[in-house]
Design a binder for this molecule. Structure first.
Ligand SMILES: Cc1cc2nc3c(=O)[nH]c(=O)nc-3n(C[C@H](O)[C@H](O)[C@H](O)COP(=O)(O)OP(=O)(O)OC[C@H]3O[C@@H](n4cnc5c(N)ncnc54)[C@H](O)[C@@H]3O)c2cc1C
Length: 501
């Protein structure tokens, strides 16, 4: 019998495991003509992105070439972006006009950043979702330290070194912890012109505790840990709007030269647009075998949705959390199901109980709960490092990341900034003049200055009003990252999701 055509959309945690299962089985390899399609040609190990953002783990060590995997598994890989799925005609349209037909489709395209419709969030914050986001953040932090070192006034230094992270889920907490550690342990000692008081890192969470999916004692532990390291933690603080270099909590402005958005995820437009049943954030409702459910409530034979874009119910009625372990379990289940189908066998329903959570708080400290056992401190950090090492794809990556951990135990973060400044600073930031006029604290861009001068205006605090920038900064150019924010997304929170705005 001619092989059936299988398309796996997305080579992340979920899609990769489907492809590996097919590749491992001779019966499946001859029963399925498999194509793995991903817009990138690499798999990215997200849990280590915060470590990459501070240089504790090398960028290339957390990515794995999908083409290499495909070659090992004897399946075909296409680097291309799916633009549309025609469920009736069983076609996937790719971005260059190519059209791929399928008999069975696995949708595993993950999620995108969710700004929850907060005005200005997409335009004026940095996302933290991809390896490029992590590289940019690291480069920007170092670049801002370089600029602050040359600033002539304390107000300028403080302004440049003010960071806000929106979303106190796992990602936000990890980014805040790593950023503070790199800044205080490695950068501050290298920049004699900058003092500890020049740096502020604020973590803003709308809920009543950090990492809501963790046990309350761990949320408290994380909060105390961050507080001890100097992170300003604000809970019960919903972000209502964002302006350039300013986040509003209710009506109160929080000044931050760099604002990172880690508040949540939701499925890409491609998935949200599918004529299927969705949960409110756009995830596709799936049945107990992870098949997509159509608007009439029927499961579609041959269309599976897995990972972050699947709305799968647990026995208690809650949605499965958007975590790598969920995506892996779903990928293994669908992969196994397709292998068994190639052998003419049936498969029971998907069953999954998450093993717990691990939150890294920088070098030597983590909190975790694995199979109901809580742990915190150094031992938890070792467990964190070990667990993610085991999960890395391929021996080479395990070796590289393992050596990174050992190196980082002995040596400090690498502070070399190798990206072009234009890639990490906006036009008006590049044009900043750091010289403050004699007898003054520096000059703000015109818009900021005018706002600061207005009586009772938000942001009219002493720190903002006395900043000075160059005359050419008057144009206050629009944020050049606007395009990066074109694709927005929502999440379900940290167990469900990873934080809220
Ligand atoms: C910064 C960060 C830290 C995280 N930390 C943790 C953690 O510590 N623990 C944990 O369990 N989880 C963590 N997660 C969540 C975890 O990464 C996700 O739950 C998991 O990646 C979901 O797997 P997936 O297969 O659904 O999607 P992904 O792994 O995101 O894979 C989706 C793939 O689809 C591809 N794709 C997207 N759109 C298209 C398209 N249109 N056409 C073709 N290809 C496309 C993408 O390039 C990607 O390769 C973290 C996530 C982030 C962003």
């Amino acid at each position: 019998m001619a092989p059936q055509k299988l398309i796996i959309l997305g080579g992340g945690f979920g899609g990769l495991d489907v492809a590996r299962a097919i590749g491992r089985s001779a019966a499946a390899r001859s029963g399925w003509d498999t194509r793995l399609i991903d817009k990138e040609n690499f798999f990215q190990f997200n849990p280590l992105l915060p470590a990459v953002a501070v240089g504790a783990v090398e960028t290339r060590h957390i990515v794995y070439p999908l083409r290499t995997m495909a070659a090992h598994r004897h399946i075909r890989f296409l680097k291309n972006k799916a633009m549309g799925i025609d469920l009736d005609r069983r076609l996937v349209t790719l971005h260059n006009g190519l059209v791929e037909s399928y008999d069975t489709l696995v949708v595993a395209v993950g999620s995108v950043t969710n700004y929850y419709g907060v005005p200005g969030a997409a335009e004026h914050t940095l996302p933290f979702k991809t390896i490029v986001d992590a590289m940019r953040l690291r480069a920007r932090v170092v670049e801002l330290f370089e600029m602050a070192e040359q600033a002539e006034t304390e107000a300028q230094r403080r302004r440049l070194l003010s960071f806000a992270i929106v979303g106190g889920g796992v990602t936000g907490v990890e980014v805040a912890a790593e950023l503070m550690e790199m800044a205080s342990e490695t950068l501050l000692p290298r920049y004699p012109g900058i003092g500890r008081s020049d740096l502020t890192v604020t973590l803003i969470e709308s809920g009543s505790r950090l990492v809501a999916a963790a046990r309350p004692a761990h949320s408290d532990y994380v909060r105390r840990h961050l507080g001890r390291r100097g992170v300003r933690v604000r809970i019960d603080s919903a972000v209502t709007r964002v302006e350039p270099r300013r986040v509003f909590v209710g009506d109160e402005p929080v000044e931050a030269f760099t604002i990172v958005w880690t508040a949540g995820v939701y499925p890409p437009q491609l998935v949200r647009d599918l004529p299927l049943r969705h949960v409110p954030d756009g995830r596709v409702i799936v049945d107990e075998c992870l098949r997509a459910v159509d608007p009439e409530g029927r499961a579609l034979e041959g269309v599976y949705v897995i990972g972050d874009c699947a709305g799968a119910r647990r026995p208690d009625g809650r949605l499965q959390p958007q975590l790598s372990q969920t995506a892996i379990a779903m990928g293994q289940y669908v992969g196994n199901r397709l292998v068994r189908r190639a052998r003419g066998l049936d498969t029971g329903p998907f069953k999954f109980h998450d093993a717990g959570y691990i939150i890294s708080l920088g070098k030597h400290s983590s909190v975790l709960e694995l199979f109901g056992v809580p742990l915190s401190g150094r031992l938890a950090w070792l467990a964190w490092a070990g667990a993610y090492l085991v999960k890395m794809v391929g021996f080479r990556k395990q070796l590289e990341v393992g050596l990174d951990h050992i190196t980082h135990l002995v040596f400090e973060h690498d502070t070399a900034q190798i990206l072009a400044r234009r890639n990490v600073l906006t036009d008006d930031e590049l044009d900043l003049t750091l010289a403050g006029p004699a007898g003054s604290e520096g000059a703000a861009p015109a818009a900021d200055a005018a706002r600061a001068a207005a009586p009772g205006a938000p942001g009219g605090g002493a720190q903002t009003s006395c900043l000075h920038f160059a005359a050419e900064a008057v144009r206050v150019a629009g944020n050049s990252r606007a395009s990066a924010a074109a694709e927005l997304r929502p999440t379900g929170g940290a167990g469900e999701g990873r934080g809220t705005p």
